[in-house]
Design a protein around this ligand. Sequence first.
Ligand SMILES: C[S@@+](CC[C@H](N)C(=O)[O-])C[C@H]1O[C@@H](n2cnc3c(N)ncnc32)[C@H](O)[C@@H]1O
Length: 261
Amino acid sequence: MANPLQTLVKQAFPGTYRMLKQMLYRDKDGAITRFLQGGPPEQKRERRAIANALIAMEWEIPSGHTQAEILEVVATVLNLPPSVPGVVVEAGCFKGASAAKLSHACAMRGRKLVLFDSFEGIPPNEEAHDQNIFGGSAAFAAGDYAGSLETVQQNIRRFGRIEQCEFHKGWFENTMPDFHQPVAAAYVDVDLASSTRTCMKHLYPLLSPGGVIYSQDGHLPLVIAVLKDEDFWVNEVGTAPPQFTGLGTDKLVAIRKPLAQ
Ligand SMILES: C[S@@+](CC[C@H](N)C(=O)[O-])C[C@H]1O[C@@H](n2cnc3c(N)ncnc32)[C@H](O)[C@@H]1O
């Protein structure tokens, strides 16, 4: 709805604009409806508040996820038992839409949201992704998905809960080795196999038993190859290959650490 009429209504009548957005929003993939109907009854009010926040930011911040994908991660954060200690991590922020959404769930559960990004987009790389597993093209050039730290903070301040957030600016290979906090859940949305390797190498050892890391890049063959690489898990991460859900079939892959570990 980015047209002159929208801009006019937005600037002249911000209240009317907000109301129109709520009225005109179409839950295209049914994800918000499923999210509102899911979960235990005591989460109804929280889920309604999160759904309203999602709709409010829908036309305002470009993002790299579908509502179904991010709501699966949001629901996981809401449902993490307090016995699983740790922060929530997002690696790969773009303009801050997914972070703003996650920040609401983090505020509701009293968990910190730790955000890692270069805040200058994808690093230079020679990864030939070519096609994703669904047949679409997949190419990631240096600087793609750039969102400055200021933009991300501004968007979270406007649509999320900035007080939950801690920011780590720089290339993952430089910022993650100094990070040592227990992690309850992580959302890794980084497009490159090399970036996925770095995130898994540093985040999986910090993952609490019962916790989960999501990769949003399960549609990319080079990322699938990293996650399926037994030698990588054993020799670089220092663990047996973990349990995966959706590997090789879904864009959003869940990597769980069993409670017994
Ligand atoms: C697809 S975007 C993230 C989309 C965002 N999660 C959303 O849903 O809107 C990928 C992000 O990963 C970041 N990124 C990828 N590789 C990186 C690396 N090695 N170090 C730091 N940032 C990286 C980019 O800067 C970019 O912001």
